[in-house]
Design a protein around this ligand. Structure first.
Ligand SMILES: Cc1cc2nc3c(=O)[nH]c(=O)nc-3n(C[C@H](O)[C@H](O)[C@H](O)COP(=O)(O)OP(=O)(O)OC[C@H]3O[C@@H](n4cnc5c(N)ncnc54)[C@H](O)[C@@H]3O)c2cc1C
Ligand code: SF4
Length: 495
């Protein structure tokens, strides 16, 4: 007799609303082991799992759900780590509703399997188990062997950490060079603690270090050491995963007034202040105090960064936080769950408005924004309806602090100094199959290639590039018997 299908999702736990604004504690709390097993047992084990098609990294979801349903949580983690370098992080930050869960066939008649909450549960448990017993899970690939070749990775964001993880699984000697004081990239200095706690990133990083990966923080490649020097020091290949961390600007009057923050600085400083004991002595002391926000905060933009900034402002004591967006609610690019959390936490939204200028008060700080109302007209190149200003609709909104969260761009300095080909907007040009850049021996992936994207896309790019580097180093070793000369004109077969 066939098993009765359970169409209803097991609800996951959340921090009670009344506790959220008292600090930066994680809001989504996930499942207990028993709940995760019950939820995984709902999976139909489809012959062609649509959930895996929906995952940009094609994580082995069906099989890990099977293992969880059988109670084999470590087996589920071991399998997931063959494709996903950071499951405890993706289990917290992915846009499941648009990706795996959005594709799950269960949603045709009922609720999709809550894949993200299950992934984070088994990843957390496996990470804890590995701390107690490093041999509890075999993280090596079947063709692992200790290899002499060294690979340098620039940037310890999800792309760089993933490249390191997959190269270490093969036995390469990997060193990551990271500019910031902590590894993790935007996960560590952008995504707030209440979404992705630093201790979760730390646990994933410790696991990667335990595989033999060395991480040197506080090193800016291009300034402290160049790509050429890395090759001279004996690295056989370099992976660039430096992200897209240059905040976009509005280009309007008053943008440099005190009290007007870029979302990057606002979130970075809040994160650094939360970690002040750990970061003391590694950065200027003013960075270790949280931003003073006053009573009224306006956040410009409506993406995930804007939601993170708005929710952070509430936790920093702002009584009124308003998100200002030039399009309508339906066009908002943020995850619905983030908007829902923001609304529950008292953030309000004003749609179809655009800032024209920031106005200083008597003390020289920002005191108001001149806004203009917008309407949506015909679709632009992106297919979205273009917002246009309504003449004469200007009005003034008093504020104490403004956070500009309208996106990020790539930095071009490394590409220029290392002679790497870029797109007109500064993205590194790569071979999509291998991650190879225009310079032999140099690979790249993540936001520095695509522009701002997501953690799982960066992990997928790091994994692809690790495979490309592996093939490159095998060819290099076959061709010359050594890896010397890499980075100086060895031709790469891109077939
Ligand atoms: C506020 C915010 C919230 C977000 N929320 C989500 C979310 O909820 N879910 C999601 O999936 N995605 C989210 N994203 C997007 C996601 O974080 C990024 O797409 C992802 O981190 C990109 O990974 P990456 O490794 O390419 O780059 P990054 O994470 O940017 O990492 C690049 C690293 O390289 C380092 N670096 C840069 N230059 C140098 C240099 N010259 N030398 C040495 N190191 C260098 C940087 O310090 C950084 O650590 C968010 C982004 C932001 C800004
Ligand atoms: S699509 Fe849904 S039901 Fe099918 S294998 Fe994936 S999670 Fe299970």
């Amino acid at each position: 007799m066939s098993r009765k299908v359970n169409w209803h999702q097991t609800p996951a736990h959340q921090l009670p609303l009344e506790e959220r604004l008292q600090g930066f504690a994680e809001v989504n709390l996930g499942y207990t082991i028993e709940e995760a097993i019950v939820e995984a047992q709902r999976c139909l084990q489809c012959a062609s799992p649509a959930c895996e098609e929906g995952c940009p990294n094609h994580n082995p979801i069906r099989e890990f759900l099977y293992r969880v349903a059988e109670g084999d949580l470590l087996g589920a983690a071991e399998l997931d780590w063959t494709k996903n370098a950071l499951p405890a992080c993706t289990g917290r930050v992915c846009a499941w509703e648009k990706q795996c869960e959005g594709f799950c066939v269960m949603s045709h008649r009922g609720d999709p399997i809550k894949i993200g909450a299950i992934e984070r549960l088994f990843a957390d448990i496996a990470l804890q188990r590995l701390e107690e017993d490093p041999g509890a899970i075999d993280l090596r690939d079947p063709d692992y062997e200790p290899r002499e070749q060294r690979v340098a990775i620039v940037g310890a964001g999800p792309a760089g950490l993933a490249a390191a993880h997959f190269l270490a699984r093969k036995g390469y000697q990997v060193t990551i060079f990271e500019r910031w004081a902590l590894p993790g990239g935007v996960m560590a200095y952008g995504i707030p603690e209440f979404v992705l706690p630093q201790k979760v990133i730390d646990a994933e990083v410790r696991r990667i270090q335990a595989m033999g990966v060395e991480i040197r923080t506080g090193v800016s490649v291009g300034e402290d050491v160049t790509i050429d020097q890395l090759f001279e020091q004996g690295y056989s290949a370099v992976f660039i995963g430096i992200g897209a961390n240059e905040p976009s600007r509005l280009g309007i009057e008053g943008e440099d007034l005190p009290g007007v923050w870029t979302a990057k600085d606002f979130l970075m400083r809040t994160k650094a202040a939360n970690l002040r004991d750990r970061l003391a002595g590694q950065m200027p002391s003013e960075w270790l105090t949280p931003p003073e926000v006053g009573r009224r905060v306006a956040v410009i933009g409506a993406g995930n960064t804007a939601m993170d900034a708005a929710r952070t402002a509430r936790r920093l004591g702002a009584e009124e936080v308003v998100v200002l967006y030039r399009r309508d609610a339906a066009s908002s690019p943020s995850r619905p769950i983030e908007v829902e959390h923001a609304q529950h936490e008292g953030v309000t939204f004003m749609y179809l408005v655009n800032p024209k200028r920031f106005i200083a008060g008597e003390d020289g700080r920002v005191a108001a924004i001149e806004l203009v109302r917008m309407q949506l007209s015909s679709p632009d190149d992106s297919g979205r309806r273009r917002p246009v200003a309504i003449p004469g609709s200007e009005f003034i909104l008093p504020v104490d602090t403004v956070v500009v969260a309208i996106g990020y761009q790539q930095e071009t300095q490394i590409a220029e100094s290392a002679g790497l080909a870029t797109t007109p907007w500064g993205g590194l040009i790569i071979d999509e199959k291998t991650g190879a850049t225009s310079r032999p021996g140099v690979f790249a992936g993540g936001d520095c290639v695509t522009g701002p994207n997501t953690v799982i896309h960066a992990i997928a790019a790091g994994r692809r590039a690790a495979a490309g580097i592996h093939q490159y180093l095998l060819q290099l070793a076959e061709g010359s018997g050594s890896s010397r000369g890499a980075g100086r004109g060895v031709l790469l077969n891109r077939g």
